[in-house]
Design a protein around this ligand. Structure first.
Ligand code: FAD
Length: 448
């Protein structure tokens, strides 16, 4: 539906200046005269983790689909990443992925992957966004409430408070996007506005992350290859990953599901790394010089908020990124999910959809994006009997098939390529069931 007021898009507010908020601001800058990002932390214009995003000190892989989107919105950013020391590699040629008793087949797939820390990635994206003439960042300021029209049918701005200053300001806007992450107060705000409870799905995984940076010799025999060591559920629960990141460093993250956290003492940590299904990560940590302390992050559950299920929702108000769905981070989907949502928002605004229709269509379309990512992530999590939540229908059967894909990927390049494209969110999961792939998977001679 074309709204009569569609040409009057003056001011948009994005709450949260992390990856979800920055990508949203980039998209909105095409459609609004002015975009204001409001962030509760002080944002230093350098590559570093802030208080409100402690998770960003841990290993962050950007899936190929997310990289593709970011490079589309920020042409030339890949070269900037490389200039800052990030490594660009072929996704499949640089892969050392051990799972189900073997390494997946390595070959050139023609899809690029990037080895970069999350703070550097975010810094480079942020600098590009803040260089846009109509985007402005207000940091050290927390959004406390939404302002609505008298009938509460429309969100018309936000109430923001300068941290430590106690000054409250009322900022008017035509659109507010909540990108405040997992701790988003949208459910509470909606309830206070009389819209009722937000339905949510939760899948408990009790995942632990322990991360450390190590010195990387530029002549290291491993080159800039990435390592992922995943468990064979349900008995194995430990996993680990290593990326070559800027500053000639390895970023090593180990952990696991359902309480399998690597201890923070040296001896316990090394024993944990040595107990992973393959020894290649142990090999790196035992021969490399540590450059940081061990840091830990605990992630209890994946949480999805079903804004698409509201029969009434105020116009001028959207939610994006982890604020809608916070996925088990082990699958590296969060930033790409946020990027896909921002692309959808861009499309809707290009279609000149506005008002209540914008809200309704946005949540409907983003729900479709989230559906498939949620299914992939929680489906894997339900391989562990300790995982609790709503089991997707038929998941045991699907998981058996995916297990065969993992096994076939050890020897079959075609199956492996199909799997990596789905995992990288470039292709839908249904593509793994296309006849050409299905036949190869079911007839593959696999080691049980
Ligand atoms: C341990 C861990 C590892 C992960 N690894 C990966 C990975 O490998 N790959 C991947 O793609 N994703 C990964 N993720 C997920 C990824 O970090 C998020 O999906 C991504 O940061 C996008 O989140 P966001 O911008 O929506 O929210 P967040 O990153 O949580 O940011 C929310 C922002 O909002 C601000 N804020 C909050 N409340 C207010 C307020 N009231 N007013 C103003 N500002 C506010 C916060 O300070 C923060 O800056 C991982 C997550 C975790 C926890």
């Amino acid at each position: 539906m074309r709204s009569p007021g569609v040409n009057k898009r003056k001011h948009a507010i994005v709450v949260g200046a992390s990856m979800g908020g920055l990508l949203t601001a980039r998209v909105l800058s095409n459609h609004f005269e002015k975009v204001t990002i409001i962030e509760k932390d002080v944002v230093h214009r350098v590559a570093g983790s802030r208080k409100g995003q402690g998770h960003t000190s841990h290993l962050h892989g950007l899936l190929p689909s997310g990289l593709e989107i970011i490079l589309k919105y920020f042409p030339g950013l890949q070269q900037e990443m490389v200039d800052h020391g990030a490594s660009v590699v072929d996704f499949a040629e640089s892969m050392n992925w051990y799972s189900y008793g073997g390494f997946k087949k390595r070959f050139v797939i023609g899809i690029e992957a990037i080895g970069i820390t999350r703070p550097l990635l975010e810094h480079l994206v942020r600098e590009r966004v803040l260089a846009l003439p109509n985007v402005n960042l207000v940091d050290n300021t927390s959004v406390k409430q939404l302002i609505t029209s008298e009938d509460r049918l429309e969100v018309t701005g936000v109430t923001a408070e300068g941290k430590g200053r106690g000054d409250t300001s009322f900022i008017a806007s035509d659109l507010v996007v909540d990108a405040t992450g997992r701790g988003s107060r949208s459910p509470q705000w909606l309830k206070e506005m009389g819209y009722g409870e937000t339905q949510a799905s939760e899948v408990k995984v009790n995942v632990g992350y322990t991360t450390r940076l190590y010195k990387r010799d530029p002549d290291d025999p491993l080159g800039k290859n990435w390592i992922y060591c995943s468990p064979r559920p349900p008995h194995e629960k430990r996993s680990g990953a290593v990326f070559a990141v800027e500053g000639n460093r390895w970023m090593v993250t180990v952990g696991g599901w359902h309480g399998e956290n690597a201890p923070l003492d040296e001896k316990g940590y090394l024993e944990f790394v040595n107990s992973l299904p393959h020894k290649d990560i142990y090999d790196i940590v035992s021969r490399s010089e540590p450059l940081s302390e061990l840091i830990q992050y605990k992630f209890s559950s994946s949480v999805r908020r079903h804004y698409e299920r509201f029969s009434r929702f105020p116009s001028g108000y959207l939610v994006l990124g982890d604020a809608i769905t916070s996925f088990n981070p082990i699958y590296g989907q969060g930033m790409t999910s946020a990027a896909l949502q921002s692309v959808e928002l861009d499309k809707l605004l290009n279609e000149k959809i506005a008002g209540r229709e914008l809200t309704k269509t946005y949540f409907k379309r983003t729900a479709k994006i989230i559906d498939r990512i949620w299914l992939m992530a929680t489906g894997e999590d339900f391989r562990f009997p300790e995982t609790t939540g709503n089991r997707p229908f038929g998941i045991n059967l699907v998981n058996k098939y995916i297990e065969r894909i993992h096994l076939a990927s050890i020897t079959d390049e075609v199956v492996c390529a199909a799997f990596l494209k789905v995992m990288g969110l470039l292709k839908p999961p249904a593509s793994l069931f296309y006849p050409g792939i299905l036949w190869r998977v079911v007839t593959a001679k696999v080691k049980k």
